[in-house]
Design a protein around this ligand. Sequence first.
Ligand code: ADP
Length: 266
Amino acid sequence: IGGSERRWEMSVARLPDGARLVRLTDRSRVHAAEQMRTDFIANASHELRTPLATVLGFLETLLDDPDAPPEARNRFLKIMFDEATRMRQIVNDLISLSRIEAERYTLPTEPVDLLPVLSEVDNTLENVVKDRKSEIRIENLAGETLIPGDPAQLHQLFSNLVANALKYGREGRPVTVRIENSGPEMLKVDVIDEGEGIAPEHLPRLTERFYRVDAGRSRSVGGTGLGLAIVKHIAGRHLGRLDIRSTQGIGTTVSVYLPRWTGALS
Ligand code: ADP
């Protein structure tokens, strides 16, 4: 399971007639889940320790040299500010992820219109759009765009995807969000960028927590490596799924498939 070896637990009982009963229990799943938790805590601690070490390092320098020239002080303060901002982003993403995981799994029963959710995402990301000299084009080829869902979670899902498309897309090029029908029961929302793309060997691992193709690049654009893990979780909660396709040098398309609103839910 998950590429790890199988784990067996053995217990032996002696029966009244002297025979022995040996019971083997397959503990592989439990073991794999425990391993994932341990890895997660190790990764999260590591991700937080790096910026924390930087902040402490610069604080020490400032404390050791109270008469440092103002330019140096300002430079150090700016670095500490950026690193603290990064820690806040990681903590916020961790909170989101654990909240989504901890909530009781109930299927959303309210119809949500995707179009206003997407416009709202566009508004929230206005500054990033400006920075990247980009624009977000929302195209609806589906007609009705209602799905059973949780508006706040859907907002987070699409804002993570569009933020990635802006971060890793090409400056000055638009990001397209296209809603289409996928059969009679599903909607497909594509988030399309014209960035550098992702090499095929990375595609299957992108939704793992803290997985990044280029950690330095991700860090410099404010990434935490948790965005797509959150997206996958939210899509799953809506009985949906993700499909990521990418061509290097051309761009990346992330498709989210979500069941349509059919009126009454069974
Ligand atoms: P991050 O916070 O680092 O952006 P994500 O979980 O959102 O983390 O994404 C994981 C990694 O997948 C990113 O670090 C980046 O390397 C890659 N990635 C995600 N979206 C795109 C995209 N649209 N184009 C190219 N690479 C992407």
